[in-house]
Design a protein around this ligand. Structure first.
Ligand code: ATP
Ligand code: MG
Length: 438
């Protein structure tokens, strides 16, 4: 048992040092580039450790996304030591060291605001306690305590082969628990995104949240509305595009965190007595979890279509009741919905436009193959994805299965005109039955 030290102790006490014989972290699994960076820093007399998610994942037997390095060297020193490097970041400055495609992120030890005068200009906070800036350099110990969860604050010393643990993270990792460092409420207030990270690491590791870490989530969920929407989009991407979308979504709903991110989706799901929309959303999330990472945008388009479909159709019906044509009403509904949604999570146009197109197409497809414009729909770039979405709706009972197969048969039996590039010759050929992609 290593001393539980989940509070800023004295520097003199030092960290628990876990020897090679007690941890099973194999340095052979760390990227040689990260080890090279650490080696060079240490040679120059600086402290340098591999830290954060990479160390955590290796100890858990999960392939790490990347390896970060923490050091006592200042960004300018790091920049000078590595020719292929660049200083980045406004909120805090980091150095990216380039090894071909690979980037090793090197961060100078810095401190959080625990125990610091709140009036210190470097620790400017908002009324809710959110940190606007936290770029004061600090010691290794301070660097450990400003991190979020104990299992994210382990420092691998590549020279000694040991793990340095200031916060009891090694025991928490072994016991399988996710614990926020320090006072949970204060840490969530400083940075509400930590609430989303709690859910994400819970899904990723399968570990429960420690009671005090979980307790404030519901109560503080609304603080997420104070986070800039662009930062939330980044976090939403991490939640939904790395193979754990369904588990993360379940975690968000359970902790009341979906509402501040996607209020219309959350409200719609609450009102969904028969569970049809929940089933639709779960289906799109499952598909996203099976989709290769390179197709992230397509996954997000599908997920958000599932998120917005229910609410958009409801608003569409209101407009229809005012006498608007269905398709125009859907455009209008989506326009307003997306405009409001952007105030919470800013979703780029490259995602929003296809989502709108896919959902408007549902209204067109619902009108069946007998409509005059039916054959024109087949040529629309959104047709295949829209038909797949219709299929999901049919699977959860939101559309008739006959409608979906009717469209596929219609597409298969409708000749399309294709012109051969460079000639005036127009060929007529039979269109193949659209392949199902989901
Ligand atoms: P992932 O596998 O998603 O990359 P990660 O733990 O590496 O997980 P990063 O966002 O890459 O997450 O951050 C690297 C490290 O920086 C974390 O392990 C943690 O120690 C620290 N960190 C990141 N975000 C925060 C935050 N909001 N508050 C405090 N510490 C943070
Ligand atoms: Mg990381």
């Amino acid at each position: 048992m290593h001393e539980p030290i989940n509070h800023p102790g004295s520097e003199a006490a030092g960290p628990a040092v876990i020897p090679r014989t007690e941890h099973r972290l194999d340095p052979g699994q760390i990227s040689p580039s990260a080890l090279h960076v650490v080696g060079r820093l240490v040679d120059q007399g600086f402290a340098g450790y591999v830290v954060g998610g990479g160390v955590r994942d290796l100890l858990l037997g999960i392939p790490p996304k990347d390896f970060d390095v923490a050091t006592s060297a200042r960004p300018e020193d790091v920049r000078r030591l590595f020719r292929h490097s660049r200083i980045i970041g406004r909120r805090f400055r980091l150095v990216h060291v380039f090894f071909g495609q690979e980037i090793v992120e090197v961060a100078t030890f810095r401190r959080g605001n625990a125990g610091t005068e709140r009036t210190h200009p470097q620790f400017e906070t908002t009324a809710s306690g959110r940190l606007l800036r936290d770029n004061l350099y600090g010691s290794e110990r301070e660097d450990a305590f400003r991190r979020d969860f104990t299992l994210n604050a382990l420092y691998f010393d590549a020279v000694q082969g040991t793990i340095r643990d200031w916060v009891g993270g090694f025991d928490d990792l072994r016991d399988g628990i996710i614990r926020l460092i320090g006072d949970p409420e204060a840490r969530y207030r400083e940075d509400p995104v930590r609430m989303l990270r709690a859910v994400r690491f819970q899904a990723k590791t399968g570990f429960p949240l420690e009671a005090a870490t979980a307790a404030p989530l519901r109560r503080l969920a609304a603080l997420l509305t104070t986070v800039p929407p662009a930062r939330l989009f980044e976090e939403v991407g991490k939640l939904l595009l790395f193979g754990q979308a369904l588990r993360n979504f379940t975690g968000l709903v359970d902790q009341g965190l979906l509402k501040p991110l996607f209020p219309w989706t959350a409200e719609w799901l609450e009102a969904d007595i028969e569970g049809m929309h929940r089933a639709l959303v779960e289906r799109v999330l499952r598909i996203a979890d099976e989709t290769p990472r390179e197709r992230g945008d397509q996954s997000l388009i599908l997920i958000l279509s599932g998120f917005f479909w229910g609410a958009a159709r409801q608003y569409m019906r209101w407009h229809e009741n005012e006498g608007m044509d269905s398709v125009v009403a859907m455009h209008r509904a989506l326009h307003i919905l997306m405009r409001e949604q952007q105030k919470h999570v800013s979703i780029p146009r490259r995602i929003v436009d296809p989502v709108e197109s896919l959902l408007v197409h549902q209204i067109r497809l619902d009108q069946g193959t007998a409509q005059p414009a039916a054959s024109r729909l087949l040529h629309h770039p959104a047709f295949a994805a829209s038909l797949d979405f219709l299929r999901l709706r049919a699977q959860v009972g939101d559309a008739s299965a006959d409608l979906e197969t009717g469209w596929r048969d219609y597409a298969a039996s409708t000749p399309v005109e294709t012109s051969v590039p460079g000639s005036d010759h127009v060929r007529r050929r039979r269109r193949r039955r659209p392949r199902r992609i989901i």
